[in-house]
Ligand binder design. Structure first.
Ligand code: SF4
Length: 378
């Protein structure tokens, strides 16, 4: 293990905190009285050194990728977004190609800095530390996935779809490097947010996973239930009761000084189930715990940098509804808001700070529910 070199950034916890999460669409909804586009996610890579079991974009991963659109075209479209507050960069592993890091990622992060908006990249941080060190001075949030209690878990989950055997020792080296990178980036002052999914593998291991995330120095633990979708649609589903238990076990055992952010939960304040509402009440009362409203299609769109196509999320089954070659992003967002799918989840209960369900969650658990006719029961 090597020591971290500080990136000379201000303390990120002074800016990102449970009371300031610029990715949550509830803030822009309150400010503007309607949903507006404040967040643009860009898919910058279809390359990855892993093939995770749960990867929702696994079917788009390739060994060699086509050319991307010119960076200027993307920057011009970002410039037009009137209320832009955040950008996110995703993949694949967006740092896989050093050329992409140099020619796209760093310029996009510098653009965000110059405009005073926040930035996030989604990375597995398993590559050489130097790659992340080069990005860190311009980046606000390093979002990583962490669903493991050991290198064996990492081996089983991270290469489940690789199509060929990956040696345990190779996986163990990558696991150690990932942990060391996350720790060094955290010590250097970067806001590292580790996301864990509650699924059939992890639902009874969440406290152990949380402990390792705290040991890596991560500033935030993000927790989302996993919904089998797209490439990962064949995975077993756990019951909502198992999900509630997993969340309760985390709340019982967590380090209360670390921000814990829950997202895409399948529980709403308008549910008849007293257990669901009891859990939501507990989440609302816990210090350093937030429940983020779903950004997909509420304040955020995804742009595929290879084609210019615009989607509601990077892994959505909903086809592209426009292209940055011909349309402004604000116009495309307004077009999406008029889409019947967007309207089907467009509800808002201010007293519960809730602005409706995620589309996947609605499809999985609430197919026949008219959310427009519901109200939070408080
Ligand atoms: S905003 Fe929608 S999902 Fe949330 S509590 Fe109200 S009706 Fe239910």
């Amino acid at each position: 293990m090597q020591n971290a070199v500080p990136f000379l950034k201000p303390d990120p916890t002074l800016f990102y905190s449970p009371s300031n999460d610029p990715w949550d669409p509830i803030y822009s909804l309150r400010e503007h009285g309607r949903h507006v586009l404040t967040s643009v996610e860009m898919t910058l890579s279809n390359l990855c050194n892993m093939r995770c079991e749960h990867c929702a974009v696994g079917d788009t991963l390739v060994m060699a990728e086509p050319a991307k659109l010119p960076l200027d075209q993307m920057l011009r479209r970002l410039d037009e977004v009137e209320h832009l507050k955040t950008i996110s960069i995703t993949g694949g592993e967006p740092t896989f190609s050093e050329r992409t890091v140099k020619e796209y990622m760093i310029p996009l992060l510098k653009y965000a800095r110059s405009r005073g908006i926040s930035s996030q990249i989604n990375s597995n941080v398993t590559l050489d530390y130097g790659r992340y060190e080069a990005i860190a001075p311009y980046l606000d949030v390093m979002h990583i996935s962490f669903n493991y209690t050991s290198s064996d878990d990492f081996h089983q989950i991270g290469f489940a779809k690789s199509g060929h055997a990956v040696a345990k020792e190779t996986a163990a080296r990558m696991y150690e490097r990932m942990i060391d990178n996350a720790r060094r980036l955290s010590e250097g002052g970067l806001f590292v947010s580790a996301e864990s999914m509650i699924n059939y593998r992890t639902f009874d291991k969440m406290p152990e996973i949380h402990k390792l995330i705290v040991e890596m120095g991560c500033k935030r633990h993000e927790v989302h239930p996993m919904y089998p979708s797209a490439f990962a649609s064949d995975l077993p589903v756990i019951s909502t009761a198992q999900m509630r238990d997993a969340i309760a076990s985390l709340l019982d055992s967590r380090d209360p000084s670390v921000w814990m952010l829950f997202g895409t939960l399948p529980f709403y304040h308008c549910n008849e189930s007293a257990e669901d509402r009891k859990l939501l009440a507990r989440l609302a009362s816990e210090p350093h715990v937030t429940v983020r409203n779903d950004p997909d299609g509420r304040n955020r769109l995804n742009v595929n940098l290879f084609t210019g196509d615009v989607f509601v999320t990077d892994f959505s089954d909903v086809p592209a509804f426009g292209n940055i070659g011909s349309d402004r992003l604000d116009d495309l967002f307004d077009r999406w808001l008029r889409h019947p799918l967007a309207r089907s989840v467009d509800c808002h209960c201010p007293a519960a700070a809730c602005c409706g369900p995620n589309l996947l969650v609605r499809d999985m658990y609430y197919r026949d529910v008219d959310f427009g006719a519901r109200r939070a029961i408080l």
